[in-house]
Design a protein. Structure first.
Length: 288
């Protein structure tokens, strides 16, 4: 049995090595020290429908060339997919660990402070996949981390995810997929059985349901690094069918700019994962 601990990885700081767009369609991979040998050629196969607008994912292939394949999204913008499967998994691990920590842990925890400090700056935006809406989501989160808004961050976390009053956006899968809209419902037990079948035992500090959205994002990051063959099933069956509804309610249920931005960022990132992995989650009836 493998223990999955959501606190195993605490380094959420953005890493150097982002792919940046420079000029008109010139996409170059910038290394940590910007050595000329690390600047590779990026070929984008986007087709006429994209209008030549492809956003790049960070990282270049080991031979200095990265071929990106993209498809056109509903709004006419193209998202470029990294050629390397390993890079795709690293991106899911990085983004999943960051988003999961923000949704699952109180912002008052000491180990959250480096992450919040990093998000208050701009460097992490260059590390994130270049998605439509990223700048707007990032700006909201940064607004929520200035002094007066930062002072109310913990209070809003409590109101949104802990109570004691009714939660505007319950973060548990069973609330959305079970007809009774209860915590510890049948869908929670189904997830627990799925984890047990794969020998994964979440090491949680308290007796809490395993289907919290933040915890599932952290688990996605863990699977990307440790058991990638199980990642797509977790996303298709246990996260993607209900998470967009939760994130919509989160954005509607808060006036705090940080959590408005976090809801948007998580929503566009999950949509990117879905496209990135070619996933087709089943359409499930939602009860909340």
């Amino acid at each position: 049995m493998t223990d999955f601990s959501p606190v195993q990885r605490r380094d959420y700081s953005p890493r150097p090595g982002a792919v940046r767009q420079r000029g008109s369609g010139d996409l170059r991979a910038a290394s940590a020290d910007s050595r000329p040998s690390d600047v590779g050629t990026v070929t984008v196969d986007c087709g006429a429908a994209c209008g030549g607008r492809a956003t790049a994912h960070r990282g270049a292939a080991g031979n200095g060339e990265a071929t990106l394949y993209c498809s056109t999204s509903a709004n006419g913008e193209a998202t470029a997919l990294c050629a390397s499967p390993e890079e795709a998994l690293r991106t899911i691990a990085f983004t999943g660990r960051t988003l999961g920590a923000l949704l699952y842990y109180s912002p008052a925890r000491p180990e959250q402070q480096p992450l919040l400090h990093a998000l208050a700056g701009d460097a992490w935006l260059e590390e994130w996949p270049a998605l439509p809406g990223l700048a707007e989501a990032g700006a909201l989160m940064q607004q929520g981390l200035i002094a007066d808004q930062r002072a109310t961050l913990e209070q809003e976390f409590q109101r949104l995810f802990l109570g004691p009053h009714a939660l505007p956006a319950p973060p548990w899968r069973s609330v959305y997929l079970d007809e009774e809209s209860v915590v510890y419902g049948e869908s929670t037990l189904a997830l627990r059985a799925w984890l047990r079948q794969r020998g994964i035992a979440p090491a949680l500090a308290t007796n809490e349901p395993e289907d919290h959205c933040g915890l599932l994002l952290l688990l996605s990051a863990w699977l990307a690094e440790n058991a990638p063959s199980s990642l797509d099933t977790l996303l298709e069956e246990h996260l993607l069918p209900w998470a967009p509804r939760f994130l919509t309610l989160l954005c509607e249920g808060t006036v705090h700019p940080f959590y408005q931005g976090l809801g948007r960022l998580t929503r566009i990132t999950l949509a990117h994962w879905r496209q990135y992995r070619g996933l087709t989650p089943p359409v499930r009836k939602l009860y909340h």
